[in-house]
Design a protein around this ligand. Structure first.
Ligand code: NDP
Length: 243
């Protein structure tokens, strides 16, 4: 029997890419999944498909930038399935550009979603995890949380922040597991948020080699499926032939 059976896992940014693939994968392995994102039409369809295959799933509209909305998302998971074992802070945006382009709105958007969104997830779920005496954050960083590229300074800064925040939660809480998932180039809709032409060309070259989102879902399933006393700190998953 899968050790994911009966686990309740809430996933932010579950309407496409890595979040969607993880919801589908974990549900198939017996977890009860709660999907959050802004595009609820997508969430509704994914949940219906999971249920049609015999899985258990629910969805709720979620904007991770809004702390109260994030609290509502966590409460919804508990109301629906009676507890929350894992919160996957996955929602992210990546509008790449050189700093000189001064796309300050895009900088702020990345900071809001990629950093503040993760912190809001922690604010919403940490008190619950402490009451439960157990819980698990799966925070999605990136290979960009280990290395900086041109056009990627702000995005990478947000992903370095995810690593730092995750370390902080781990150091301060002996009853909470924290896993950082750091994907390399993965098939998803993430590149669609880039508006700068030069950065888009760089991305196109980067994305010539990519892995399916289910490859990242497999890493998440491995980490979530470990016993409470075993904390997988980080998994880096990237294409074999990546740059
Ligand atoms: P996608 O663009 O396919 O998915 C991003 C998800 O985030 C969508 O479901 C989107 O849903 C959601 N989202 C964006 N803004 C918000 C918000 N304010 N509130 C709630 N949800 C939001 O990209 P990926 O699947 O690739 O991205 C998932 C994570 O993986 C991100 O953190 C990304 O940085 C990271 N990553 C991806 C890599 C890749 O190559 N694909 C590599 C390294 C890391 P909606 O618009 O419906 O709200």
């Amino acid at each position: 029997m899968s050790n994911l059976k009966g686990k309740v896992v809430a996933i932010t940014g579950a309407s496409s890419g890595i979040g969607e693939a993880t919801a589908r994968r974990l549900a198939k392995e017996g977890a009860k999944v709660v999907l959050g994102a802004r595009r609820t039409d997508r969430l509704e369809k994914i949940v219906a498909e999971i249920e049609a295959e015999g899985g258990e799933a629910a969805f709720r509209a979620l904007d991770v930038v809004d702390l109260e909305d994030m609290r509502g998302f966590v409460e919804f998971a508990v109301e629906r399935f009676g507890k929350l074992d894992t919160l996957m802070n996955n929602a992210g945006v990546m509008p790449l550009a050189p700093l000189e382009a001064l796309k300050i709105d895009e900088w702020n958007r990345m900071i809001d979603v990629n950093i503040r969104g993760v912190l809001h997830g922690i604010a919403a779920a940490l008190p619950l995890f402490k009451r439960q005496g157990a819980g698990h954050f799966v925070n999605v960083s990136s290979i960009g949380g280990h290395q900086v590229w041109a056009n990627c300074a702000v995005y990478c800064a947000t992903k370095y922040a995810v690593v730092a925040i995750s370390d902080g939660v781990r150091l301060e809480n002996k009853d909470v597991r924290v896993t950082v998932i750091s994907p390399g180039v993965t098939e998803s809709e993430l590149a669609n948020t880039t508006t700068d032409k030069g950065a888009q060309e760089m991305l196109d070259a980067f994305r010539e080699v990519s892995i399916p989102a289910d490859a990242i879902a497999g890493a998440v399933a491995y980490a979530v499926g470990q016993p409470d006393g075993v904390d997988v700190n980080e998994i880096i998953v990237r294409p074999t032939a990546s740059l």
